[in-house]
Design a protein. Structure first.
Length: 343
């Protein structure tokens, strides 16, 4: 019988140093797509984060102390501001250096994602997923916007945390668990959204059928403790320095829960058919329960039932998507309802 190969299966037939070829291809695609961002200017919040942010305008003791001991715009994200300070040291107020730094971090994320996926999926699936991540239009906002270096940094350190966690599960070597916790700390100190990482790790153990083992539970408990501590730190910093709770939680908790299916539908739509990209989306809010809201909830519950009845692999990837959206589904008060960068 004649052997037939998919073009995406080439990565499965590589050995030795040739295993790096898929990564080289992913890097080539990433730089080809985003090279023009190197010539972009500062936009929108960049003025606040770079020109008005004295913390990120030097690496002296005073600058570093201000970064690590205070909040900025209600957020405690010292890793993000340290990165901006380093970029300022080399680039000053010229946007080229900032865009170059952002692009390099994103490129590293693409490669890390590919290497991690090769550990838990086939090489062809890892390559296809890495390629989709590299070219997906919703990443444009994150990569082209300097203020969103916090998202690329948070994702970078999350991937490193997940990688060391997988290695810990393979070898049960304690330093890997310590490294995983450390990278998780660096991730949430870049942007708090990755605080859900331990839930991803738990789902991975569930997929592998070993989540109930006592040794596994204790290691996960360490990671959940890290996340719990920084949730408290972030909520204290954010809601202690702003009036978000009173002024920006439009409609109250009931309205936000009522609109939950529409929020998920927005993000699913953006993943499958990323049309109408915008830095500011006008999201319709349903303030009263009606037939459309009811139908949306029935559809959501039906989808949840399908996931529940599916195999563990499908459950893992479905809940991965849901877990990372958790912090931005408007259960926790935040003035911006939807944004492409949340993907």
């Amino acid at each position: 019988m004649e052997n037939r190969y998919s073009i995406l299966a080439f990565s499965e037939r590589l050995d030795s140093w040739r295993k790096l070829l898929p990564c080289a291809l992913l890097l080539s695609v990433t730089f080809a797509l985003y090279a023009t961002t190197l010539y972009y200017q500062f936009v929108w919040d960049d003025d606040v984060y770079i020109f008005q942010n004295f913390r990120a305008q030097g690496l002296s003791y005073a600058h570093i102390r201000a970064i690590w001991t205070g909040t900025y715009l209600g957020h405690y994200a010292p890793i993000h501001h340290m990165f901006l300070a380093i970029l300022h040291h080399f680039s000053g107020m010229e946007p080229f250096g900032y865009h170059l730094g952002q692009l390099l971090v994103h490129a590293v994320c693409v490669c890390l994602l590919y290497f991690i996926l090769t550990k838990i999926e086939s090489a062809r699936v890892a390559f296809l997923a890495g390629l989709l991540f590299a070219i997906h239009p919703t990443n444009i906002e994150t990569v082209a916007w300097i203020s969103e270096t916090k998202s690329t940094l948070a994702f970078l350190f999350f991937l490193l945390s997940f990688w060391t966690f997988l290695r810990f599960r393979e070898k049960e070597w304690a330093p890997d668990l310590i490294l995983s916790c450390l990278f998780l700390v660096l991730s949430v100190l870049s942007k708090i959204n990755t605080v859900v990482a331990p839930a991803i790790f738990f789902l991975y153990d569930y997929w592998q059928g070993r989540w109930f083992e006592r040794k596994k539970i204790w290691s996960l408990a360490c990671l959940f403790l890290v996340s719990g501590i920084f949730v408290v730190v972030h909520l204290k910093a954010f809601h202690g320095s702003t009036s978000v709770m009173e002024g920006s939680y439009y409609g109250g908790l009931g309205v936000h829960i009522q609109n939950l299916p529409f929020l998920l539908l927005f993000y699913l739509g953006m993943v499958i058919f990323p049309h109408g990209l915008s830095a500011w989306h006008m999201f319709p809010i349903y303030e009263r329960f009606d037939l459309q809201v009811g139908a949306a909830w029935i559809a959501l519950l039906g989808l949840a039932w399908l996931v529940f009845r599916s195999d563990r692999r499908t459950q893992f990837w479905s809940l991965w998507f849901l877990a990372f959206l958790g912090p931005v589904l408007q259960i926790v008060p935040f003035p911006i309802w939807v944004a492409e960068r949340y993907l």
